[in-house]
Design a protein around this ligand. Structure first.
Ligand SMILES: [Zn+2]
Length: 288
């Protein structure tokens, strides 16, 4: 050992050592495989700057990105029965709920907030796909009803961001009952003469598509979003026909009249503000 090996060599090594790049700095786009800086991705609202792929986002992010100046008030939602059927598959339903709560920091697959969009009061309900696949149990039904009642109370439009695999099998028939319940929620808003706007995001399927997701006054969808009732493979096997290219995607549904607009996420807030302004032009003056 000498001064040269003990002192000089490590210094030189440090000088030329490749700096470790923390993995969490980068995100790989699942569509084009390009690497994107996390900060760039967040600034672009989780839309790939290379190929325009719209990544899935959380209910919390949806809400934060939708209101003016990111300013809003979240409302507390009613607590549903934790496990009405005492359901157990490979795990207990209560354990699955706990895991989902820890992962998403939400009580269930929906979050509701109110604030202003384009200066006008609005209520937003956003579904969380990371919470048991955004499945619709009693708590989601409760959340939609609470959002609808709040919209009526505030004489504000209701905007719902859907992201769901459909019914929550762990709640069986109670989950299916949320379809008519969620429809009642939309009726409350419509009967009050208020706009009900649906933003269909990837994926929106099953019982959610078969209920409140298809009853908006205006249907907006994000590019490339999968929207449908049954899976394409099931349909293909049933009708014994090859389905067309892009079947059940936002653009296909737009061409066929199910979706009114396909709007990029970066333009969504401005579009919502414009639509609300058009629908509520007389009653709701823009705040100064
Ligand atoms: Zn990409």
């Amino acid at each position: 050992m000498s001064w040269l090996t003990e002192f000089v060599r490590p210094k030189i090594r440090n000088l030329f050592a490749r700096r470790e790049v923390p993995e969490n700095l980068w995100h790989q786009c699942s569509a084009c495989q390009q690497m994107i800086f996390h900060t760039d991705l967040a600034a672009n609202l989780k839309v790939c700057p290379h190929c325009g792929h719209h990544m899935r986002v959380s209910a919390t992010e949806r809400i934060a990105w939708t209101f003016d100046d990111g300013s809003f008030t979240r409302i507390e939602l009613p607590k549903a029965h934790p496990d009405p059927l005492r359901f157990r598959d490979t795990k207990r339903y209560t354990d699955r709920l706990k895991e989902a709560r820890d992962k998403t920091h939400l009580d269930d697959a929906i979050a509701v907030a109110h604030g202003r969009i384009g200066g006008r009061q609005a209520v937003v309900a956003a579904m969380e796909f990371e919470f048991l696949g955004g499945s619709m149990g009693a708590a989601v039904g409760d959340g939609l009803l609470a959002a609808a009642r709040l919209a009526v109370l505030q004489e504000a439009p209701l905007i719902v961001f859907t992201a769901s695999g459909g019914a929550r099998m762990q709640e069986g028939a109670i989950s299916l009952m949320q379809m008519p319940r969620s429809i009642i929620a939309t009726r409350l808003v419509k009967e009050a003469g208020l706009p009900y706007i649906v933003v269909l995001t990837d994926p929106t399927t099953g019982g959610v598509t078969a209920s409140f997701a298809m009853l908006g006054d205006i249907h907006i969808a994000e590019p490339g979003a999968l929207i449908g009732f049954a899976g394409a493979r099931v349909i293909e096997q049933t009708v014994r026909e090859k389905l067309p290219e892009g079947f059940q995607r936002a653009e296909y549904l737009h061409e066929h009249g199910i979706v009114d607009m396909v709007v990029k996420r970066t333009e969504l807030k401005a579009t919502l503000a414009r639509v609300i302004g058009l629908l509520r032009v007389k009653e709701m003056p823009v705040a100064a």
